[in-house]
Ligand binder design. Structure first.
Ligand code: FPP
Length: 262
């Protein structure tokens, strides 16, 4: 009974605002991206337009994190959803804003952990743990621990993530392995390089979404996005929800992926 009630609650929470019967069965007939990566942009502009402080935009953006996670999970077949939450360049922002962003994982635990566990979602972090405040790391650790045995979709928060840093780190580790004789220089190919990246256990993103009208990659998964389909929208992240996510998937399904062939 409790299980049924919980199931109903999860279903109920995910429904508002979208005609699921229209979207989900139709999308499930086509190819579903295994990995969707999102640059969640426009929180500040969303807040400014409403005369609110920037952090209000980030708080509103949390709702979109929830809605898009639910949508991706409800669609099924998506193995990983990666959300660019804090870049290595974001440290340049005002201290108050950085502090606020660093408190979001703790807030997300309070508001969303139960549902993520219920949905069998595994939460991971992608990025450099060094440099993150202890309370942020503690919250991330709690998420990782509480969801480690979950076998469903991976929800991957890119925090303190920078792709150039990731590539340099991978290169350094490869050099160490070659120097110590564990790896032959001539065996270093794309597959081997991939194993040294933070995304080693994830499929490459099939689809990368960026909100808020900017058309650039901003040091996000430079290696991994080599053959991804890119989808841009003018909608600011706090206004990006279930319907827009499904629109992006629909557009992905219309693309012809040739990987350099004809
Ligand atoms: C970019 O908008 C957004 C961010 C730098 C942060 C996004 C983070 C979240 C939505 C929450 C993540 C949740 C967890 C649990 C870690 P911007 O501030 O650059 O917007 P602007 O370009 O309009 O100024």
């Amino acid at each position: 009974m409790i299980q049924r009630l919980k199931k109903w609650l999860v279903g109920y929470q995910s429904a508002p605002g979208t005609d699921d019967e229209k979207w989900i069965p139709r999308l499930q007939e086509g190819p579903i991206p295994k990995h969707v990566a999102i640059i969640m942009d426009g929180n500040g502009r969303w807040a400014k337009k409403r005369g609110m402080p920037r952090v209000a935009g980030h708080r509103a953006g949390m709702k979109s994190v929830r809605n898009v996670t639910r949508a991706a999970d409800d669609l099924g077949e998506i193995e990983a959803l990666t959300l660019y939450s804090f870049s290595t360049e974001n440290w340049k922002r005002p201290k108050d804003e950085v502090n606020f962003l660093m408190s979001l994982p703790e807030e997300f635990i309070r508001t969303d952990l139960d549902e993520l566990v219920e949905r069998n979602i595994q939460v991971r972090m992608l990025g450099n743990k060094e440099g993150l405040p202890a309370h942020t790391l503690e919250a991330i650790g709690k998420f990782e621990e509480a969801t480690a045995d979950n076998t469903g979709m991976i929800l991957n928060f890119a925090m303190n993530y920078g792709s150039r840093f990731e590539i340099i780190e991978a290169t350094r580790r490869i050099i160490d392995e070659v120097k110590s004789g564990k790896l032959d220089r001539d065996d270093v190919d794309e597959n081997v390089f991939n194993e040294f990246l933070l995304t080693a256990t994830l499929p490459e993103p099939d689809l990368m979404i960026r909100t808020s009208g900017e058309v650039r990659i901003s040091n996000f998964m430079l290696w991994q996005l080599a053959y991804s389909e890119l989808w841009f929208t003018d909608v600011h992240w706090p206004d990006f929800g279930r319907e827009k996510f499904f629109e992006a998937i629909q557009d992905f399904q219309r693309r012809s992926r040739r990987y350099g062939a004809v």
